[in-house]
Design a protein around this ligand. Structure first.
Ligand SMILES: Nc1ncnc2c1ncn2[C@@H]1O[C@H](COP(=O)(O)OP(=O)(O)OP(=O)(O)O)[C@@H](O)[C@H]1O
Ligand SMILES: O=P(O)(O)O[C@H]1[C@H](OP(=O)(O)O)[C@@H](OP(=O)(O)O)[C@@H](O)[C@@H](O)[C@@H]1OP(=O)(O)O
Ligand SMILES: [Mg+2]
Ligand SMILES: [Mg+2]
Length: 361
C-alpha cells in the first residue's frame, strides 16, 4: 500500500477559509496527502504526528511550540522556518534581499537572458520618530521627492501593517505616524505584477494598482497632502482609493520578461530560504524595461492563483518526497552561515528525504 502523509496547517481563520478549500483537500487526499487542521487551543506537541507543518502564525509562544514539536518529532518538515519568515516582516530587510540579489551572468542588475530588462527597488528611507519626519533634508539625502508612499515599517500581516498613505507635500508628512518607510512613488501605468512562488513553481499574474500621478495633479493637490489606502490590489471598483484614474484594462498590459521574473524568484527563494511567498513588481514608466520589486509577502493569497489546488498539491507531494531543493543544506555546504535552528531543521529535512526516496504516490 502507498504510504500516506499528514500535513498539519496552522493558519489564521481568514487564511484558513481562503486557502483550505474542499478542492485542495480532495486533490491532496487523492495524491496521498491528508491536510489536518492544527488546533491552536491545544499544545502542538499533543497533536499529530505530522510529516510536515505549514504555518502562517507568529509570536514567541508559537515559535516555541514549533521548536518543541521539532525536538519531539525530529523528522518533521517546517514550512517555513520562523527565523527566515522574519525577514519579510520588515519593509527594509525584505527589499534589502532584492538589492543583494546576484543573478548568474548578471551585470549591472541585468540578466543576460533577459535582453535589456533590469530590476531593483524604489528609493526609500526609514523614519523612526516624529522629529526626523519633518526633516526634508533627510528626504533629499535619500534622493526622495514628493509624491512618496508612507508604509508601516513592520509588515507582520496585521491590518495596521497594510495601512499606506500617498504623501504629496510637507503638510502630508506631518500626519504620519512612525515607524514608517518613505518610499518614492513610481508611476507604473496602474498595473502591478504579482509573482507567486510555491517551492520551485513560479507564476506571474497582473493586478490593478494605484494610478499614475501627473505633475499637474501634484500642483492641484488638496491642502491635506495625503491619501490613505490599504490593499489596493484586493479593492473592488466601488471602494477604490481616491476614486482616481484607475487602469481598467489590465488584460492589455504587457507582462514582464519571463526569464527576469523566474531569475528574481529563484534568487529570492535561495537567499531567503522560503518556499511560500509572493512579490509585487511594477514597471518603472520613467525607464524602458526597468522593474521594481516593491513588496514581498509570506504565504500570500494562493487561492487567487490559477489552478492553485494542483500547484499546491504537487508542492506537498514534492516536499514530503524530498524532491524540492533544500537551500539551507546547499548554503551550508557552500560555507554560508546558517543559524543553529535552521541547521537543525535542514538536517532533519535531509534525513526525511532519504528515508522517503522512492515512495510512490
Ligand atoms: N513605490 C511605489 N510606487 C508606486 N506604487 C506603489 C509603490 N509601492 C506600493 N505601491 C502601490 O501600493 C500598493 C500597496 O503597496 P504594498 O504592496 O507595499 O503594500 P502591502 O500592504 O504590503 O500589499 P499586500 O497586500 O500585497 O501585502 C501596491 O500594490 C501598489 O499599488
Ligand atoms: O490572507 P492573509 O491575511 O494572509 O492576507 C494576505 C493576502 O492574501 P489574501 O488574498 O488571502 O487576503 C495577500 O494577497 P495577495 O498578495 O495574494 O493578493 C497579500 O495581501 C498578503 O500581504 C496578505 O498577507 P499579510 O501580509 O496580511 O500577512
Ligand atoms: Mg503588496
Ligand atoms: Mg505586503
Amino acid at each position: 500500500m502507498t504510504k500516506r502523509y499528514s500535513i498539519g496547517y496552522a493558519l489564521a481563520p481568514k487564511k484558513q477559509k481562503s486557502f483550505i478549500q474542499d478542492s485542495l483537500v480532495n486533490q491532496s487526499k487523492e495524491r496521498g496527502i491528508d491536510l489536518i487542521k492544527i488546533d491552536s487551543d491545544k499544545l502542538l506537541t499533543d497533536q499529530g504526528p505530522f510529516d510536515c507543518i505549514l504555518h502562517k502564525l507568529s509570536g514567541e509562544n508559537w515559535v516555541q511550540q514549533l521548536h518543541d514539536y521539532v525536538v519531539k518529532n525530529p523528522n518533521v518538515l517546517i514550512i517555513d522556518s520562523p527565523n527566515e519568515i522574519e525577514i519579510v516582516h520588515n519593509r527594509v530587510s525584505m527589499l534589502q534581499v532584492v538589492s543583494d540579489l546576484v543573478i548568474c551572468n548578471n551585470q549591472n542588475g541585468t540578466s543576460t537572458n533577459t535582453a535589456a530588462a533590469t530590476f531593483g527597488i524604489p528609493k526609500q528611507m526609514v523614519i523612526h520618530d516624529v522629529d526626523s519626519l519633518m526633516d526634508l533634508c533627510g528626504m533629499e539625502a535619500h534622493g526622495l521627492k514628493f509624491p512618496v508612499i508612507a508604509k508601516p515599517l513592520v509588515a507582520d500581516g496585521s491590518a495596521k501593517s497594510h495601512k499606506m498613505a500617498l504623501v504629496y507635500n510637507r503638510e502630508g508628512l506631518s500626519k504620519l505616524k512612525p515607524q514608517i518607510v518613505l518610499q518614492e512613488f513610481v508611476n507604473h501605468g496602474g498595473v502591478i505584477f504579482k509573482v507567486y512562488v510555491v517551492g520551485d513553481y513560479v507564476k506571474c499574474v497582473k493586478r490593478k494598482s494605484l494610478p499614475d500621478i501627473s505633475e499637474e495633479q501634484l500642483v492641484g493637490i488638496s491642502k491635506e497632502g495625503t491619501m490613505s489606502f490599504s490593499q489596493v490590489s484586493n479593492m473592488t471598483t466601488e471602494n477604490r482609493a481616491g476614486g482616481g484614474n484607475y487602469y481598467d484594462h489590465i488584460e492589455d498590459a504587457v507582462m514582464p520578461p519571463e526569464n527576469l521574473i523566474t531569475d528574481i524568484a529563484r534568487g529570492l527563494r535561495q537567499s531567503m530560504r522560503l518556499h511560500l511567498f509572493n512579490f509585487d513588481v511594477i514597471r518603472d514608466s520613467r525607464i524602458g524595461d526597468h522593474y521594481l520589486v516593491i513588496d514581498i509577502n509570506y504565504f500570500p493569497g494562493y487561492a487567487k492563483m490559477p489552478c492553485y489546488e494542483s500547484v499546491l498539491t504537487d508542492f506537498f507531494c514534492d516536499i514530503v518526497q524530498g524532491k524540492q531543493n533544500l537551500e539551507g543544506v546547499k548554503k551550508e555546504e557552500e560555507g554560508c552561515p546558517v543559524t543553529s535552528s535552521v541547521k537543525e531543521e535542514r538536517m532533519l529535512v535531509s534525513n526525511n528525504c532519504s528515508a522517503d526516496a522512492g515512495e510512490e504516490h
